[in-house]
Design a protein. Structure first.
Length: 376
Protein backbone atom coordinates (compact mmCIF):
# COMPACT_ATOMS: atom_id res chain seq x y z
CA UNK A 1 0.00 0.00 0.00
CA UNK A 2 1.27 3.47 -0.91
CA UNK A 3 1.69 6.12 1.80
CA UNK A 4 -1.86 7.52 2.20
CA UNK A 5 -0.66 10.90 3.53
CA UNK A 6 1.76 11.46 0.66
CA UNK A 7 -0.78 10.43 -1.97
CA UNK A 8 -3.57 12.62 -0.55
CA UNK A 9 -1.20 15.58 -0.30
CA UNK A 10 -0.07 15.05 -3.89
CA UNK A 11 -3.62 14.74 -5.25
CA UNK A 12 -4.91 17.62 -3.13
CA UNK A 13 -8.32 15.94 -3.11
CA UNK A 14 -9.55 12.98 -5.16
CA UNK A 15 -12.28 14.77 -7.13
CA UNK A 16 -12.73 17.59 -9.63
CA UNK A 17 -15.57 18.97 -11.75
CA UNK A 18 -15.11 18.41 -15.48
CA UNK A 19 -17.37 19.87 -18.16
CA UNK A 20 -18.94 17.59 -20.78
CA UNK A 21 -18.43 20.17 -23.50
CA UNK A 22 -16.38 23.33 -24.07
CA UNK A 23 -17.28 26.87 -24.98
CA UNK A 24 -15.10 27.75 -27.98
CA UNK A 25 -17.18 30.42 -29.68
CA UNK A 26 -19.72 33.09 -28.80
CA UNK A 27 -22.37 30.86 -30.35
CA UNK A 28 -21.42 28.14 -27.86
CA UNK A 29 -21.71 30.70 -25.07
CA UNK A 30 -25.12 31.81 -26.30
CA UNK A 31 -26.39 28.22 -26.56
CA UNK A 32 -24.97 26.74 -23.36
CA UNK A 33 -25.48 29.85 -21.27
CA UNK A 34 -27.60 32.92 -21.81
CA UNK A 35 -29.82 33.45 -23.76
CA UNK A 36 -30.14 29.83 -25.00
CA UNK A 37 -30.20 28.22 -21.57
CA UNK A 38 -33.52 29.96 -20.86
CA UNK A 39 -35.34 27.47 -23.10
CA UNK A 40 -34.61 24.33 -21.02
CA UNK A 41 -35.17 26.40 -17.85
CA UNK A 42 -38.70 27.30 -18.98
CA UNK A 43 -39.44 23.72 -20.01
CA UNK A 44 -38.36 22.43 -16.60
CA UNK A 45 -40.43 25.15 -14.91
CA UNK A 46 -43.50 23.69 -16.64
CA UNK A 47 -42.53 20.06 -15.91
CA UNK A 48 -39.97 19.42 -13.16
CA UNK A 49 -39.36 15.85 -14.36
CA UNK A 50 -37.60 17.26 -17.43
CA UNK A 51 -34.64 18.08 -15.16
CA UNK A 52 -33.72 14.40 -15.62
CA UNK A 53 -33.53 14.97 -19.41
CA UNK A 54 -31.92 18.41 -19.57
CA UNK A 55 -29.55 18.49 -16.58
CA UNK A 56 -27.07 16.43 -14.57
CA UNK A 57 -29.78 15.46 -12.05
CA UNK A 58 -30.30 12.08 -13.74
CA UNK A 59 -26.79 10.94 -12.82
CA UNK A 60 -26.03 12.82 -9.62
CA UNK A 61 -25.83 11.56 -6.03
CA UNK A 62 -25.32 13.58 -2.85
CA UNK A 63 -23.13 11.77 -0.31
CA UNK A 64 -24.29 13.34 2.96
CA UNK A 65 -22.49 13.01 6.30
CA UNK A 66 -22.21 14.84 9.60
CA UNK A 67 -18.95 13.07 10.43
CA UNK A 68 -20.28 11.47 13.61
CA UNK A 69 -19.40 7.85 12.81
CA UNK A 70 -16.63 7.70 10.24
CA UNK A 71 -15.22 4.25 9.45
CA UNK A 72 -13.94 2.88 12.77
CA UNK A 73 -12.80 6.35 13.82
CA UNK A 74 -15.96 7.65 15.50
CA UNK A 75 -17.07 11.29 15.70
CA UNK A 76 -14.18 13.05 13.94
CA UNK A 77 -16.19 15.86 12.34
CA UNK A 78 -17.25 16.83 8.81
CA UNK A 79 -13.85 18.07 7.61
CA UNK A 80 -12.11 14.88 8.71
CA UNK A 81 -14.88 12.84 7.02
CA UNK A 82 -14.25 14.49 3.65
CA UNK A 83 -11.45 12.12 2.48
CA UNK A 84 -13.81 9.17 3.00
CA UNK A 85 -16.64 10.86 1.11
CA UNK A 86 -14.27 11.69 -1.74
CA UNK A 87 -13.21 8.05 -1.87
CA UNK A 88 -16.84 6.97 -1.97
CA UNK A 89 -17.51 9.35 -4.84
CA UNK A 90 -14.45 8.06 -6.68
CA UNK A 91 -15.74 4.48 -6.41
CA UNK A 92 -19.16 5.53 -7.70
CA UNK A 93 -17.53 7.21 -10.69
CA UNK A 94 -15.13 4.40 -11.55
CA UNK A 95 -17.52 1.49 -11.15
CA UNK A 96 -20.95 3.04 -11.74
CA UNK A 97 -20.15 6.11 -13.89
CA UNK A 98 -22.05 8.20 -11.33
CA UNK A 99 -21.29 11.83 -10.51
CA UNK A 100 -21.33 11.99 -6.72
CA UNK A 101 -20.66 15.02 -4.52
CA UNK A 102 -19.56 14.99 -0.86
CA UNK A 103 -21.88 17.08 1.32
CA UNK A 104 -20.19 17.34 4.73
CA UNK A 105 -22.47 19.10 7.20
CA UNK A 106 -21.42 21.07 10.27
CA UNK A 107 -24.72 20.10 11.85
CA UNK A 108 -25.67 17.23 14.17
CA UNK A 109 -29.34 17.90 14.84
CA UNK A 110 -31.30 15.23 12.91
CA UNK A 111 -34.29 17.40 12.04
CA UNK A 112 -32.04 20.21 10.80
CA UNK A 113 -30.10 17.70 8.69
CA UNK A 114 -33.38 16.54 7.16
CA UNK A 115 -34.32 20.12 6.28
CA UNK A 116 -30.88 20.82 4.78
CA UNK A 117 -30.98 17.69 2.61
CA UNK A 118 -34.52 18.43 1.48
CA UNK A 119 -33.43 21.93 0.46
CA UNK A 120 -30.48 20.51 -1.52
CA UNK A 121 -32.41 17.65 -3.14
CA UNK A 122 -33.61 19.34 -6.38
CA UNK A 123 -30.11 19.06 -7.84
CA UNK A 124 -29.73 15.33 -7.18
CA UNK A 125 -31.17 12.06 -8.43
CA UNK A 126 -30.49 10.20 -5.17
CA UNK A 127 -29.26 10.74 -1.62
CA UNK A 128 -26.58 8.53 -0.01
CA UNK A 129 -26.41 8.96 3.77
CA UNK A 130 -22.98 8.07 5.07
CA UNK A 131 -21.13 7.66 8.37
CA UNK A 132 -23.82 9.00 10.71
CA UNK A 133 -24.31 7.77 14.27
CA UNK A 134 -27.24 5.57 15.32
CA UNK A 135 -30.06 5.73 16.15
CA UNK A 136 -30.13 9.27 14.77
CA UNK A 137 -29.52 8.13 11.20
CA UNK A 138 -32.61 5.87 11.34
CA UNK A 139 -34.75 8.93 12.03
CA UNK A 140 -33.06 10.92 9.25
CA UNK A 141 -33.47 8.14 6.71
CA UNK A 142 -37.10 7.53 7.64
CA UNK A 143 -38.11 11.17 7.32
CA UNK A 144 -36.22 11.75 4.08
CA UNK A 145 -37.65 8.60 2.54
CA UNK A 146 -41.16 9.77 3.41
CA UNK A 147 -40.70 13.39 2.34
CA UNK A 148 -38.54 13.22 -0.80
CA UNK A 149 -39.42 12.02 -4.29
CA UNK A 150 -35.92 10.62 -4.91
CA UNK A 151 -34.42 7.48 -3.33
CA UNK A 152 -32.60 7.72 0.00
CA UNK A 153 -29.89 5.11 0.49
CA UNK A 154 -27.96 4.54 3.71
CA UNK A 155 -24.99 2.44 2.64
CA UNK A 156 -23.88 1.51 6.16
CA UNK A 157 -27.29 -0.17 6.53
CA UNK A 158 -28.55 -1.29 3.15
CA UNK A 159 -25.25 -1.74 1.32
CA UNK A 160 -23.76 -3.86 4.08
CA UNK A 161 -26.93 -5.94 4.39
CA UNK A 162 -27.13 -6.64 0.67
CA UNK A 163 -23.52 -7.83 0.42
CA UNK A 164 -23.93 -9.95 3.57
CA UNK A 165 -27.05 -11.56 2.07
CA UNK A 166 -25.19 -12.21 -1.18
CA UNK A 167 -22.29 -13.81 0.69
CA UNK A 168 -24.67 -15.85 2.82
CA UNK A 169 -26.52 -17.18 -0.24
CA UNK A 170 -23.25 -18.53 -1.65
CA UNK A 171 -21.81 -19.72 1.68
CA UNK A 172 -24.94 -21.78 2.38
CA UNK A 173 -24.79 -23.16 -1.15
CA UNK A 174 -21.17 -24.24 -0.69
CA UNK A 175 -21.92 -25.94 2.65
CA UNK A 176 -25.18 -27.53 1.54
CA UNK A 177 -27.32 -25.57 4.01
CA UNK A 178 -30.53 -23.59 3.49
CA UNK A 179 -32.70 -20.81 4.95
CA UNK A 180 -33.50 -22.90 8.01
CA UNK A 181 -30.03 -21.97 9.30
CA UNK A 182 -29.86 -20.70 12.88
CA UNK A 183 -28.38 -17.20 12.77
CA UNK A 184 -26.87 -14.94 15.44
CA UNK A 185 -26.18 -11.29 14.67
CA UNK A 186 -23.82 -9.45 17.02
CA UNK A 187 -24.29 -5.68 16.99
CA UNK A 188 -27.55 -3.74 16.70
CA UNK A 189 -26.29 -0.56 15.08
CA UNK A 190 -26.92 0.50 11.47
CA UNK A 191 -25.35 -2.57 9.89
CA UNK A 192 -26.55 -5.20 12.36
CA UNK A 193 -30.14 -3.93 12.32
CA UNK A 194 -30.32 -3.79 8.54
CA UNK A 195 -28.73 -7.22 8.13
CA UNK A 196 -31.26 -8.78 10.51
CA UNK A 197 -34.24 -7.18 8.79
CA UNK A 198 -33.07 -8.02 5.27
CA UNK A 199 -32.28 -11.64 6.12
CA UNK A 200 -35.73 -11.99 7.67
CA UNK A 201 -37.35 -10.46 4.59
CA UNK A 202 -35.37 -12.90 2.43
CA UNK A 203 -36.89 -15.88 4.23
CA UNK A 204 -34.54 -16.59 7.14
CA UNK A 205 -36.70 -17.06 10.23
CA UNK A 206 -34.33 -18.18 13.02
CA UNK A 207 -32.53 -14.92 13.84
CA UNK A 208 -31.32 -13.61 17.21
CA UNK A 209 -29.72 -10.17 17.44
CA UNK A 210 -27.36 -9.28 20.29
CA UNK A 211 -26.37 -5.88 21.62
CA UNK A 212 -23.97 -5.09 24.47
CA UNK A 213 -26.56 -6.27 27.04
CA UNK A 214 -27.30 -9.61 25.39
CA UNK A 215 -30.03 -11.01 23.16
CA UNK A 216 -32.66 -8.51 22.07
CA UNK A 217 -36.02 -10.05 22.97
CA UNK A 218 -39.56 -9.01 23.85
CA UNK A 219 -39.05 -9.35 27.62
CA UNK A 220 -36.56 -6.48 27.78
CA UNK A 221 -37.88 -3.08 28.89
CA UNK A 222 -34.89 -1.01 27.76
CA UNK A 223 -35.52 -1.13 23.99
CA UNK A 224 -36.10 1.87 21.74
CA UNK A 225 -38.52 1.63 18.81
CA UNK A 226 -35.82 0.34 16.47
CA UNK A 227 -34.65 -2.44 18.77
CA UNK A 228 -38.26 -3.48 19.39
CA UNK A 229 -38.39 -4.37 15.69
CA UNK A 230 -35.35 -6.61 16.21
CA UNK A 231 -36.93 -8.22 19.28
CA UNK A 232 -39.83 -9.32 17.09
CA UNK A 233 -37.39 -11.38 14.99
CA UNK A 234 -36.27 -13.42 18.04
CA UNK A 235 -38.76 -16.26 17.58
CA UNK A 236 -37.01 -18.52 20.10
CA UNK A 237 -37.15 -15.92 22.89
CA UNK A 238 -33.50 -16.51 23.76
CA UNK A 239 -32.39 -14.05 26.45
CA UNK A 240 -28.74 -14.82 27.24
CA UNK A 241 -25.49 -13.42 25.88
CA UNK A 242 -23.69 -14.44 22.70
CA UNK A 243 -21.31 -16.50 24.87
CA UNK A 244 -24.31 -18.55 26.01
CA UNK A 245 -25.69 -19.07 22.50
CA UNK A 246 -25.50 -22.65 21.24
CA UNK A 247 -26.00 -24.40 17.91
CA UNK A 248 -25.71 -21.47 15.53
CA UNK A 249 -25.08 -22.26 11.87
CA UNK A 250 -24.18 -18.64 11.12
CA UNK A 251 -22.76 -15.81 13.22
CA UNK A 252 -22.57 -12.33 11.69
CA UNK A 253 -20.86 -9.64 13.72
CA UNK A 254 -21.02 -5.94 12.91
CA UNK A 255 -19.58 -4.73 16.19
CA UNK A 256 -15.95 -4.24 17.26
CA UNK A 257 -12.72 -6.21 17.73
CA UNK A 258 -13.12 -8.84 20.42
CA UNK A 259 -16.92 -8.96 20.18
CA UNK A 260 -16.93 -12.62 19.12
CA UNK A 261 -16.01 -14.83 22.08
CA UNK A 262 -14.35 -18.13 21.12
CA UNK A 263 -16.91 -19.99 23.28
CA UNK A 264 -19.74 -18.91 20.97
CA UNK A 265 -17.87 -20.09 17.89
CA UNK A 266 -16.90 -23.41 19.49
CA UNK A 267 -20.58 -23.97 20.31
CA UNK A 268 -21.67 -23.57 16.67
CA UNK A 269 -22.98 -26.37 14.47
CA UNK A 270 -20.66 -27.79 11.82
CA UNK A 271 -20.08 -26.82 9.10
CA UNK A 272 -20.41 -23.17 10.04
CA UNK A 273 -20.25 -19.62 8.68
CA UNK A 274 -18.83 -16.56 10.45
CA UNK A 275 -18.76 -13.02 9.06
CA UNK A 276 -16.65 -10.64 11.20
CA UNK A 277 -17.32 -7.23 9.66
CA UNK A 278 -15.68 -4.70 11.98
CA UNK A 279 -13.26 -2.38 10.15
CA UNK A 280 -10.36 -1.75 9.98
CA UNK A 281 -9.77 -4.52 12.56
CA UNK A 282 -12.18 -7.45 12.39
CA UNK A 283 -13.69 -9.05 15.48
CA UNK A 284 -11.40 -12.07 15.04
CA UNK A 285 -8.40 -12.54 12.77
CA UNK A 286 -7.99 -15.01 9.93
CA UNK A 287 -5.51 -16.91 12.08
CA UNK A 288 -8.05 -17.18 14.91
CA UNK A 289 -10.71 -18.29 12.44
CA UNK A 290 -8.47 -21.12 11.27
CA UNK A 291 -7.67 -22.15 14.84
CA UNK A 292 -11.39 -22.22 15.68
CA UNK A 293 -12.16 -24.34 12.62
CA UNK A 294 -14.56 -21.91 10.95
CA UNK A 295 -15.61 -23.37 7.61
CA UNK A 296 -16.53 -20.16 5.75
CA UNK A 297 -15.04 -16.95 7.12
CA UNK A 298 -15.75 -13.49 5.75
CA UNK A 299 -14.61 -10.02 6.85
CA UNK A 300 -14.57 -6.44 5.61
CA UNK A 301 -10.81 -6.62 5.01
CA UNK A 302 -9.25 -6.63 1.55
CA UNK A 303 -6.26 -8.69 2.73
CA UNK A 304 -8.47 -11.66 3.74
CA UNK A 305 -10.56 -13.96 1.50
CA UNK A 306 -14.31 -13.25 1.20
CA UNK A 307 -14.26 -9.48 1.60
CA UNK A 308 -17.81 -8.38 2.45
CA UNK A 309 -17.27 -5.00 0.83
CA UNK A 310 -19.99 -2.37 0.36
CA UNK A 311 -18.25 -1.35 -2.86
CA UNK A 312 -19.71 -4.53 -4.36
CA UNK A 313 -23.17 -3.03 -3.90
CA UNK A 314 -23.49 0.73 -3.95
CA UNK A 315 -22.15 1.58 -7.44
CA UNK A 316 -24.47 -0.91 -9.15
CA UNK A 317 -27.44 -0.31 -6.86
CA UNK A 318 -27.29 3.46 -7.21
CA UNK A 319 -26.77 3.07 -10.96
CA UNK A 320 -30.00 1.07 -11.09
CA UNK A 321 -31.87 3.58 -8.90
CA UNK A 322 -30.84 6.44 -11.17
CA UNK A 323 -31.42 4.75 -14.52
CA UNK A 324 -34.77 3.30 -13.49
CA UNK A 325 -35.79 6.62 -11.87
CA UNK A 326 -36.75 4.90 -8.64
CA UNK A 327 -38.45 7.14 -6.08
CA UNK A 328 -38.49 4.80 -3.07
CA UNK A 329 -36.23 1.84 -2.29
CA UNK A 330 -38.10 -1.38 -1.51
CA UNK A 331 -36.99 -4.56 0.24
CA UNK A 332 -37.61 -6.42 -3.04
CA UNK A 333 -34.98 -4.25 -4.72
CA UNK A 334 -32.47 -5.02 -1.96
CA UNK A 335 -33.01 -8.78 -2.21
CA UNK A 336 -32.76 -8.57 -5.98
CA UNK A 337 -29.46 -6.69 -5.75
CA UNK A 338 -28.09 -9.30 -3.33
CA UNK A 339 -28.98 -12.04 -5.80
CA UNK A 340 -27.24 -10.09 -8.56
CA UNK A 341 -24.07 -9.92 -6.49
CA UNK A 342 -24.24 -13.59 -5.49
CA UNK A 343 -24.84 -14.80 -9.03
CA UNK A 344 -21.76 -12.90 -10.21
CA UNK A 345 -19.76 -15.77 -8.67
CA UNK A 346 -20.26 -18.65 -11.07
CA UNK A 347 -18.77 -21.42 -8.93
CA UNK A 348 -18.53 -20.28 -5.29
CA UNK A 349 -16.05 -21.95 -2.94
CA UNK A 350 -15.33 -21.63 0.78
CA UNK A 351 -12.75 -18.95 -0.03
CA UNK A 352 -14.80 -17.21 -2.74
CA UNK A 353 -18.40 -16.48 -1.84
CA UNK A 354 -18.52 -12.93 -3.22
CA UNK A 355 -17.10 -11.47 -6.45
CA UNK A 356 -14.09 -9.22 -6.75
CA UNK A 357 -14.92 -5.50 -6.51
CA UNK A 358 -13.27 -5.02 -9.91
CA UNK A 359 -15.55 -7.58 -11.58
CA UNK A 360 -17.47 -5.60 -14.22
CA UNK A 361 -20.33 -8.11 -14.22
CA UNK A 362 -21.48 -7.01 -10.76
CA UNK A 363 -22.92 -3.60 -11.73
CA UNK A 364 -24.69 -5.12 -14.74
CA UNK A 365 -26.09 -8.03 -12.74
CA UNK A 366 -27.42 -5.75 -9.99
CA UNK A 367 -29.13 -3.57 -12.61
CA UNK A 368 -30.78 -6.55 -14.31
CA UNK A 369 -32.07 -8.00 -11.06
CA UNK A 370 -33.38 -4.68 -9.72
CA UNK A 371 -35.09 -3.92 -13.04
CA UNK A 372 -36.72 -7.35 -13.00
CA UNK A 373 -37.92 -6.82 -9.42
CA UNK A 374 -39.82 -3.70 -10.54
CA UNK A 375 -41.85 -5.66 -13.06
CA UNK A 376 -42.55 -8.75 -10.93
Amino acid sequence: MSDPIELHRKLHGKLSVVGKTRMKTMDDMATLYTPGVAKPCLEIAKDRSLAYDYTMKWNTVAIVTDGTRVLGLGDIGPEAALPVMEGKALIMKQFGKIDAFPICLAEKDPDKIVEIVKALSPGFGAINLEDMETPKVFHIEKRLTEELDIPVFHDDQHGTAMVVLAGLYNALKVLGKDRKAKIAIVGAGSAGSAIAKLLHAAGFSDITVFDSKGAINKTRNDLDEYKKELAALNSSGFSGTISDFRGADVIISASKPGALPPDAIKAMNKPNIVFALSNPISEISLEQAKELGIDVFGTGRSDYPNQINNALCFPGFLRALLDLRVKKITVEMKIAAAKGIAESVKDPTRDRIVPDVFDRKVVKNIFKKVKKSLSS
